[in-house]
Write a protein that binds this ligand. Structure first.
Ligand code: C2E
Ligand code: CA
Ligand code: CA
Ligand code: CA
Length: 279
């Protein structure tokens, strides 16, 4: 039988374990040891559903921790963002990814556009643009081959520093993409004055294709909206042929999702998608 005191200590035990876990993750991030401790990335192909051709890849972080086991990106990205370690994480991620992309450029005719997830914290840094452009140049990756994915968040829309960074990136030729489109609370007016090139329709709406006429109506409206504003559009989380067919018919042939491929190790991706395109 548990007494109240026991519940209390069980609760505190759990809290302590949670804090300890968080401390390990933060320490590894700040000390820069995460790359030696199982941090890496995978890339998920973005496909033109009309002909199956590759149009881009999204870079996604992974962490197989030696003591904690696999950590979900939702967990470690949140911790990194809260603690400020997102700078270190993204810097190393970009170094690894762009180094690999530089090698691909030497080997293959054309490389896909590379989309990376960027949080408000990073974009608040005055040096964001100059650091990024330097890394791209160093590896011979043209800014036109680079895409920044951001979610609709109030910090993004209201900060002058963030706007300035995004405008410079866009001016240099990078693509600015709104991730998880349709799930934020930003309203739509920002689409007319914010530097945006592309919207990425959230998986939530895709998962309701064939199940909810309302969601299908919203999807069609988003695609029409993007078209009317001259924005590119892509659907994420496409898992079935039915979803793909709906999207192609609705005018959104660009898709990302398990239907075509899951996120792949860079080597696996290279063999499967690039090996046929020798320079
Ligand atoms: P996201 O940016 O919305 O990324 C898409 C997520 O959907 C990925 O989850 C991907 O693996 C998953 N996914 C792709 N296709 C399908 C599908 O057909 N069905 C389903 N059910 N899921 C699919 P993942 O890799 O677990 O990443 C979760 C989130 O963590 C990402 O969501 C992103 O917000 C964040 N994240 C991951 N890596 C990074 C990073 O390097 N930097 C930042 N700032 N955030 C990252
Ligand atoms: Ca994303
Ligand atoms: Ca997304
Ligand atoms: Ca998401």
């Amino acid at each position: 039988k548990l007494k109240r005191g026991n519940c209390f200590s069980i609760y505190h035990g759990k809290m302590r374990a949670k804090l300890e876990r968080r401390r390990i993750i933060e320490d590894d991030l700040f000390s820069g040891q995460f790359c030696e401790k199982g941090f890496h990335y995978v890339v998920q192909p973005q496909i033109d559903g009309t002909d199956g051709s590759l149009i881009g890849i999204e870079v996604l972080s992974r962490w197989e921790h030696p003591e904690l086991g696999p950590i979900s990106p939702f967990e470690f990205i949140q911790i990194a963002e809260d603690s400020g370690a997102i700078e270190q994480l993204t810097r190393r991620l970009l170094d690894m990814m762009l180094d690999e992309a530089g090698k691909w450029i030497g080997r293959y005719r054309d490389i896909p556009k590379i989309a990376v997830n960027v949080t408000p914290n990073l974009l608040e840094n005055k040096m964001f643009y100059s650091n990024l452009i330097r890394k791209l140049r160093k590896n011979g990756v043209s800014p036109e081959r680079f895409e920044i994915e951001i979610t609709e968040e109030s910090e993004l829309l209201s900060s002058e520093q963030i706007l300035s960074n995004l405008r410079k990136c866009q001016k240099a030729g990078m693509t600015i993409s709104i991730d998880d489109f349709g799930t934020g609370f930003s309203g739509l007016s920002y689409l007319t004055n914010f530097p945006v090139d592309k919207i990425k329709i959230d998986r939530f709406f895709i998962s309701l294709i064939g199940k909810s006429q309302q969601s299908e109506a919203i999807l069609r409206s988003i695609i029409t909206l993007a078209d009317g504003l001259g924005l590119e559009v892509i659907a994420e989380g496409v898992e079935t042929a039915e979803e793909l067919h709906f999207l192609v018919a609705a005018g959104c042939p660009h898709v990302q999702g398990y239907y075509f491929d899951k996120p792949l190790q860079p080597k696996e991706f290279e063999e499967k998608y690039l090996a046929g395109r020798h320079a």
